[in-house]
Design a protein around this ligand. Structure first.
Ligand SMILES: [Zn+2]
Length: 312
């Protein structure tokens, strides 16, 4: 099971005492779902627990049921569709949408003034359109929507909640995201996944400890196998970057360091520094090689921030 799926399972176990919060969570789900307008609500998900939770909430808050709950284009996915006019009217009225206007998706912030409702809302949004990278591979949590206004308004809401999210474009979608471990932890805690937040924290502590040990080990010249392992890893990462076509877009310094490593696959870091025409320090070169490994391991295309970022 992916870390995202674990997080969603935990969120789906969060109890919701107040009706305002149930409505707020549903609101997050609806706004970030596949379709939310006066004619149809359509939610597509692979998470059965989520599907069950949403059906129960719809019944609780709006006394409504989805038309069908399993008929989808794919066997592994649940598709929840609601087209009942009366139910849709009730929902639209509750969330303050005026069906006489052309329907552009906005966030009605007036419904989310209370902290408890806001936390429920971001849980709904995450359940519908969020994902989070496993903490042993890095810290990245995102919410994706194709609606421009919604992305801006949810950004504003998150800022108001004390978060510092960033926003960028991926294909034709807007992606609101967090890159640092504390923000990821905080988001998970607030949105009803505190155990997952602890996992992120533990992974971070473990990583720091490992780095500390590695630094000590690397100080000992006898530790040849470590050097070989690191070089192997660097070479693999460079190959990966080349294969994915990302290599050419890397900064000169990184490409030059990569070429140096490829030219001398067996050299230790110290040897590479001596062999390098780049006049780079040992720690500088080490940093660049590590950066290459990191880049090869990130799920999301680097260079991405440069192309599309609006808030970086
Ligand atoms: Zn509430």
């Amino acid at each position: 099971m992916t870390f995202s799926a674990m997080v969603k399972n935990e969120m789906c176990r969060a109890s919701v005492k107040l009706n305002c919060c149930a409505a707020a969570e549903l609101y997050g789900v609806f706004l970030f779902s596949n379709t939310f307008n006066e004619n149809e609500i359509r939610i597509i998900t692979e998470h059965e627990i989520f599907s069950t939770r949403i059906q129960a909430m719809l019944k609780r808050v709006f006394q409504a049921e989805f038309d069908n709950t399993t008929v989808g284009s794919s066997v592994v996915k649940d598709v929840l569709v609601l087209t009942d006019k009366d139910a849709l009217d009730r929902i639209m009225e509750y969330y303050g949408y005026d069906e006489s206007r052309h329907f552009a998706l906005h966030l009605n912030a007036a419904l989310l003034e209370e902290e408890h409702c806001r936390e429920a809302f971001i849980r709904g949004a995450f359940l519908a359109a969020g994902s989070v990278t496993s903490p042993d591979r890095g810290y990245h949590l995102e919410l994706v929507t194709r609606h421009y206004h919604l992305s801006r308004e949810v950004m504003a809401l998150l800022l108001d909640m004390g978060f510092s999210p960033k926003i960028t474009m991926r294909k034709s979608n807007y992606m609101i995201y967090f890159k640092d471990s504390e923000a990821v932890e905080d988001f998970l805690t607030k949105s009803g996944a505190p155990s997952s937040a602890i996992k992120v924290m533990e992974a971070k502590v473990e990583k720091e400890l490992r780095n500390h040990i590695n630094r000590r080990v690397n100080c000992e010249p006898a530790n040849l196998s470590k050097t070989v392992d690191a070089a192997q890893r660097q070479i693999e990462s460079i190959r990966k970057l080349k294969e994915s076509g990302r290599f050419e877009n890397l900064p000169d310094k990184l490409r030059q360091s990569a070429e140096l490593r490829l030219k001398y696959p067996d050299a230790t870091l110290g040897e590479l520094v001596t062999l390098s025409p780049l006049k780079v320090s040992r720690s500088g070169l080490n940093h660049r090689l590590n950066r290459l490994v990191e880049l090869a391991e990130t799920e999301h295309e680097d260079g991405f921030d440069k192309r599309g970022s609006l808030y970086d």
